[in-house]
Every structure is written in C-alpha cells, then in structure tokens.
Design a protein around this ligand. Sequence first.
Ligand SMILES: [Mg+2]
Length: 225
Amino acid sequence: MRLILFDIDGTLIKCGIQVKGIFSSALVEVFGQTGDLDGYSFSGKIDTQIVFDLQEGAGLTRPQVAEKLPLFKEVYIDRLERDLDGSKMIELPAVPDLLDTLAERDDVTLGLLTGNWEEGARVKLSRFELNHFFPFGAFGDGQLERTDLPPVALEKARQYTGREFETDDTVIVGDSILDVAAAQAHGIMSVAVATGWTPAVKLESAGADRVIPSLEHFDDLDLGL
Ligand SMILES: [Mg+2]
C-alpha cells in the first residue's frame, strides 16, 4: 500500500491573486496592518508561520501575535468562504482525472500535506469538489514548519486506514522547495511539479527525486506503483 500526499496550492489548484487580498484584509482587520505582504513568499509556507513572519516583521512581539491568532484565523476563514471566487481559480492539468484513477486503486491511499489551515484547505478544494478524494491530511493548524507535517500525515493515514505506513511507502507531491525539503527531512520520495511558482530547474537543484512539468506526466513516473 502506497500513501500519496498532495500539496494544494500550485499542485492541484491555483487560487490566483485573490487569496492574498483576502489574507491582507483579514490582517488589517485583526492586527491593523499587513506587514510586508508584497515582499513575502507564501510558497510552501504554513498559514500560522505566515502570520507570525509578517506581524513580527512589522514590529509585534510573538505573544502579541499569538494572542490574536485565533481571531485572525476565524476572520480569514469566514472571508475565504464568503469571497473565494471559483471562477477566478484554476484547476491544474490532469486534476481530477489523476485523482480519480489513483482513488480507484486499492493499493493507493490519498491524503493531503498542506500548509493551509484545514478549514481553509477545505474551502479552496470545495470550489472544484475535490474534498472527497482526501478524507484526511496534515494541515497547518498544529505545526509551524512544513518539515513537521509528514509524521502527522503518516499518523493520520494510520488512524484513517488502520494500517501502518512507512516513509518508504510514501510519496509527497508538491510544487515548492519546501515540499521537497519536508520530504527529504523524513527520507520520503518527493515528486515536484513545476505548475506553481518555482521553475523545474530550481526544484531539481533542491534535490527533488522526480520533477515533472505538470501532473499530466505523473503516470510516466516509475514510482513502483
Ligand atoms: Mg504549493
């Protein structure tokens, strides 16, 4: 049994510039400032980490940010649910056909590994009705760094399926250098897709085990599936 863990943004879908706007307006409402949003790379980051980085960078102390984090999360998720416009989003090539094919196999289990808070992830995926492919996942709610997510995903997989998954049985699919780093930190195979914000050459030099231009090429990979 193989466990395949998918990232969301840049891997399955793209939300476009709108999420930055929603995140920004929630930051202003809760913290009174955005911080250096334009100079910040969201790619591969955990939602909680993004809030700390931006607000500590703008002068708040860690306890000040931590105190308002639950309110920020509530405001952001509410706005995302209300304002995220599916018509301005892209479902990336081969999604959902690839997910359909993989989900039908009885030797493959699918999960998510994403820096999104779970509720935010579910809102984004709902716009293309992709949630049913992913009954469990590792999300950004409890962790601060992406490298902390793989063990959480393996434990969630065990709870959901009742089977033990080893790192050798696992594949992480993502579009950022941090997806690759999270896999590497645990000896997990990484498949990097160049449909996000990081060019293939950079994903290769980051040490991704496989690099493909898009998920249309996933079937060409010899993953021993
Ligand atoms: Mg991504």
